[in-house]
Design a protein around this ligand. Structure first.
Ligand SMILES: Cc1ncc(COP(=O)(O)O)c(C=O)c1O
Length: 360
């Protein structure tokens, strides 16, 4: 079996967890602080705030940015549902913008058409580890005086013009779920250069308390444990190696699939570093069999193949009850055509050859 995702946990992570367990200090403490400091340095921001998941990181970041009832936040409907849900958590409305044909990221050229007097932020997603065109998007946000928040949950280590994603907008958000480029089991991180956002995030993750017995707003328990952080500290040391392996596997897949009629492979652009949290192709009508038949063939051969994402968020049952009725052209096409295949660091050259065989 070649699974679609497999975390790489070594003796270092096990030893680090053992040390924390033996110390008796297992809740948020020194290890969380160490992970935050190292993560901020890696991304290139002044601050990093660890929380329990990518979802709670999104919620915390949006609250810290002041997103509230009556506000609108422009985002992509072609993402994991947590992106849009986090906007709803704040009582705001997710406004969906169509995606780009090549990257499946939010289409920068369509953002301005979605801006109203209620728009407070644009929440971009660097989907599959591929950075959005940040220059254009930042320019639009600056022009309209709205915040830019980066959902980099799938994009640890991705770069846009030499700058790590998560350090370009007002704040960035990462997930450390086991399918991501580095993991803490469950976990999340917010990155920012703003002292104000940093302070608010730290208050929000700890019941709204600014120091002991001093509750200043409505907060949550979104604290990461030192047990999880110990795994994260070791994973962060290895993340560049994991990413290089992902990129090498993606290059082999691109080479092997480049002449297959009806398959559109992901592009690697000179100005960005795509870190391939997922390797996703489009299966068009010109391919010899349908996407579903291809997935069945891959699965029968023991190869994990998944559709991220088969249904745009605005078509989810819950979103229909909220009155969403979007029908965005490229989003619809992508949902019908994409399939992701294994690219993670545990995929070998032989595995890649086996995968390519199925397509030819
Ligand atoms: C784009 C995106 N945003 C948010 C999340 C939520 O992260 P988590 O699962 O850690 O809550 C994910 C996780 O799958 C994601 O892929």
């Amino acid at each position: 079996m070649i699974p679609i995702a497999k975390p790489s946990i070594g003796v270092e992570e096990k030893k680090a967890v053992q040390e924390v367990l033996d110390s008796g200090m297992i809740a948020q403490g020194q290890k969380v602080k160490e992970l935050e400091d190292n993560f901020a340095q890696y991304i290139g921001t002044r601050y990093a705030i660890a929380v329990t998941s990518g979802t709670s990181a999104l919620h915390t970041a949006l609250l810290a940015c002041g997103i509230k009832e009556g506000d609108e936040v422009i985002t992509t409907p072609f993402t994991f549902t947590a992106t849009a849900n986090s906007i709803l958590f704040c009582g705001a409305r997710s406004v969906f913008c169509d995606i780009d044909e090549e990257t499946f990221n939010i289409d920068a050229e369509k953002i301005e058409g979605k801006i109203t007097s209620k728009t407070k932020a644009v929440l971009v997603v660097h989907l599959f580890g591929n950075p959005c065109g940040m220059d254009r998007i930042k320019k639009i946000c600056d022009k309209h005086d709205i915040l830019l928040i980066e959902d980099a949950c799938q994009a640890h280590g991705a770069e846009y013009k030499g700058q790590k994603v998560g350090s370009i907008g007002d704040c960035g958000v990462f997930s450390m779920y086991p399918t991501k480029n580095m993991t803490t089991g469950e976990g999340g991180m917010i990155t920012t250069n703003s002292a104000d956002i940093d302070k608010k995030c730290k208050i929000i993750r700890n019941h709204g308390q600014d120091g002991r017995d001093n509750q200043v707003l409505l907060g949550y328990n979104y604290r990461l444990t030192d047990i999880q952080a110990a795994i994260g500290v070791e994973q962060l040391k290895k993340v560049e190696g994991f990413i290089e392996k992902r990129i090498a596997n993606a290059k082999m897949l691109n080479e092997g699939l480049k002449d297959v009629k009806g398959i559109i492979t992901p592009k690697m652009q000179a100005e960005t570093r795509h870190v391939f949290n997922q390797y996703t192709v489009r299966v068009t009508e010109d391919f010899k069999i349908s996407r579903d038949e291809l997935i069945k063939k891959l699965k029968d051969a023991g190869i994990g193949a998944f559709v991220y994402y088969p249904k745009p968020i605005y078509r989810q049952k819950y979103y229909l009850t909220l009155g969403y009725d979007d029908n965005l052209k490229m989003t619809e096409t992508a949902a019908k055509e994409v399939v992701s295949i294994p690219v993670h660091p545990n995929v070998t050259k032989e595995d890649v050859e086996k995968i390519i065989e199925i397509f030819i």
